[in-house]
Design a protein. Structure first.
Ligand code: FAD
Length: 438
C-alpha cells in the first residue's frame, strides 16, 4: 500500500463559502484509496466540495480527500457499464464515455462533482421526471468501513449498506469505486426549446405537457409577483451542424470581493433583464456541456457573494399543493426583500432510488440562493423551512447550511434503518448540527 499524503490545511469550505470549517487533519487519498490506520477525532470523505453547505465539512476532524483516486477501472462500451474510482468527476467520465455514445445518466448543474459525492447526496438533474436520481443508475459500489471491513454493495447484496450509502451524506464509510449504468446518446447535441411563461399555472401546464421530453427545467424571475420565468425542455439529437465546443471554464472571477456584489437592487435588475432579453419561444441546438453546465463557464462565480459567502435553499413540495406552496415561498422572499439571484423550478417525478435519506422525490422543487447576511438570512430560511414542513415537503441537505433538526427528521421515514448502518467514526458538521449529541 502507498502511504496517503497528510496535509495540514487551515480551512476547508464548500461551494457557498459558508460555513468555513477547520479540519484537524486532511488526508489526500491516492489511486489506491484505503482508510488510514489512525486518524484524528472523526472521518469524512471530501469529493470536490461542490455541496453548498456543510455536508462535506468536518471541523476538528479528518477529511479524506478523494479527488486523486479518479481512475476508470473498467468499461464495457457495448453495454454502457463502467466501474470508476469514486474521486472521478462526472466531467471526466463524460469525456471518456461520449466518444463511445454514452453519457452519465443523471447529472447536476456542474460537471465538477465526483461520483462519490454524487452518490452520497443522490443528486438529481433536469431529467428527474423520467430518469429519477443518480442512485437509480448505480449497480454496485465498494464501501470501506472504519473497522477495516470492505463490502461490495448492491440492491441484492448488503442491501442495507447500499440503500444507506446512496444519499447517506458520507456517513456510512468511504466509497472507493462505483459501478454505473450509462445512458445511450446519439452524440453530444441536444435540441433545446426555450419558452417564456407568465405565471406558476403556466409553468405547471408546460411541465405536464413536457413529460415526454428527456429534460425540463425552469428559471424563475423571483422579482415578479406571480413566478414568471423561462422554461426549457430538451432531447438528445443526432446532428453534425458544428463541432461540439470543449466544455471548459471561459472566464475566471479573479478574486473574492470583501462584500457581496449581489444585493436586492442587482438581483431585481438582473432578473428583470434576463427575463426581458429572452424571446418568447426559441429552438436551438446546444452541446451537452452548454445545456447541462452553463455555470461552469464562469470559474469561481460563487465568489461574487463576497467573503461572507452565500446560502442555498432547495426544497421539494409534494403535489397536490406543490405550486401553492412554491407561491407562498416566493411571497415570503419578496416580503422579506431578499430576492434570490438564481432561482430554479422543476417538476420531479415518481421514480426513487430507495436511498434511506435521499432527498429526490415527487413534487415541485424550488432552489434559491441568498448572500449570507447573518441573522436576517437565518430568519428567512427558518420561515421558508417552516412553510416547506407544513406543506409536507423536504429540504435538500446538499444545498443546506442552516437546516433544523425538525427538517432533518422530516427528510425521511427511514432514520432507524440509516442509523443501523451508519459508521460511528464518520461525522460531518452537518450531522452534528442537525442531530446534536444529547
Ligand atoms: C453549480 C452547482 C450546481 C449544482 N446543481 C445540482 C443539481 O442540479 N442537482 C443536485 O442534486 N445537486 C446539485 N449541486 C450540488 C452537488 O451536485 C452535490 O452537492 C454533490 O454531491 C457535490 O459533489 P462533490 O463531489 O463536490 O462532493 P462533496 O461536496 O465534497 O461531498 C458531498 C458529500 O459526499 C460525501 N462523499 C464524497 N465522496 C465520497 C466518497 N468517496 N464516499 C462516501 N461519501 C463521499 C461527502 O462526505 C459529503 O457528505 C450543484 C452544485 C453546484 C456547485
Amino acid at each position: 500500500m502507498t502511504q496517503p499524503t497528510v496535509e495540514s490545511l487551515v480551512t476547508y469550505d464548500s461551494w457557498g463559502h459558508y460555513p468555513v470549517s477547520t479540519p484537524s487533519q486532511v488526508i489526500v487519498l491516492d489511486e489506491q484509496p484505503e482508510l488510514p490506520a489512525r486518524w484524528e477525532a472523526t472521518l469524512l470523505p471530501y469529493g470536490n466540495g461542490c455541496s453548498y453547505g456543510d455536508v462535506c465539512l468536518n471541523n476538528g476532524g479528518t477529511l479524506l480527500v478523494t479527488r486523486a483516486a479518479n481512475t476508470l477501472l473498467d468499461a464495457d462500451w457495448e453495454r454502457g457499464v463502467v466501474r470508476c474510482q469514486a474521486g472521478m468527476t462526472i466531467g471526466d467520465l463524460n469525456s471518456a464515455s461520449l466518444p463511445h455514445g454514452w453519457l452519465v445518466p443523471v447529472t447536476p448543474g456542474t460537471q465538477l462533482v465526483t461520483l462519490g459525492g454524487a452518490l452520497a447526496n443522490d443528486v438529481h438533474g433536469k431529467n428527474h421526471h423520467g430518469a429519477g436520481s443518480f442512485g437509480c443508475h448505480i449497480r454496485c459500489f465498494e464501501l470501506m468501513r472504519s473497522d477495516g471491513s470492505t463490502r461490495i454493495c448492491s440492491a441484492n447484496k448488503h442491501a442495507e449498506f447500499f440503500f444507506g450509502t446512496i444519499g447517506g451524506l458520507g456517513l456510512t464509510g468511504l466509497v472507493s469505486w462505483v459501478e454505473l449504468a450509462l445512458k445511450r446518446v446519439p452524440g453530444p447535441w441536444l435540441e433545446v426549446e426555450t419558452i417564456k411563461y407568465a405565471d406558476l399555472d403556466e409553468f405547471a401546464r408546460l411541465s405536464d405537457e413536457s413529460m415526454d421530453f428527456e429534460y425540463a427545467v425552469a428559471w424563475i424571475d423571483c422579482s415578479s409577483p406571480n413566478g414568471r420565468g423561462v422554461f426549457q425542455r430538451a432531447n438528445h439529437v443526432a446532428t453534425r451542424t458544428r463541432r461540439a465546443p470543449e466544455s471548459r471554464t471561459r472566464f475566471e472571477l479573479p478574486f473574492t470581493p470583501s462584500f457581496s456584489l449581489v444585493g436586492s437592487v442587482t438581483t431585481t435588475l438582473f432578473n428583470a433583464a434576463y427575463f426581458g432579453a429572452r424571446r418568447s419561444r426559441a429552438l436551438a441546438i446546444r452541446s451537452s456541456g452548454e445545456f447541462f453546465y452553463p455555470l461552469d463557464n464562469v470559474g469561481g462565480w460563487n465568489r461574487i457573494y463576497g467573503r461572507r459567502g452565500f446560502v442555498q435553499f432547495q426544497c421539494v413540495i409534494p403535489n397536490p399543493g406543490g405550486y401553492a406552496g412554491v407561491a407562498r415561498l416566493l411571497t415570503l422572499m419578496r416580503t422579506s426583500r431578499m430576492g434570490s439571484f438564481l432561482t430554479v423550478l422543476k417538476h420531479m417525478g415518481e421514480k426513487r432510488s430507495g436511498g434511506y435519506l435521499s432527498f429526490p422525490r415527487s413534487g415541485v422543487t424550488l432552489a434559491v440562493d441568498f448572500p449570507f447576511r447573518g441573522e436576517p438570512t437565518q430568519r428567512l430560511l427558518a420561515r421558508l423551512e417552516d412553510e416547506v414542513l407544513s406543506s409536507g415537503g423536504a429540504v435538500y441537505p446538499a444545498k443546506d447550511a442552516l437546516m433544523s433538526n425538525a427538517a432533518f427528521e422530516a427528510l425521511s421515514d427511514c432514520h432507524d434503518e440509516f442509523t443501523a448502518v451508519r459508521d460511528r467514526a464518520f461525522e460531518s458538521d452537518f450531522i452534528r448540527r442537525v442531530q446534536p449529541r444529547p
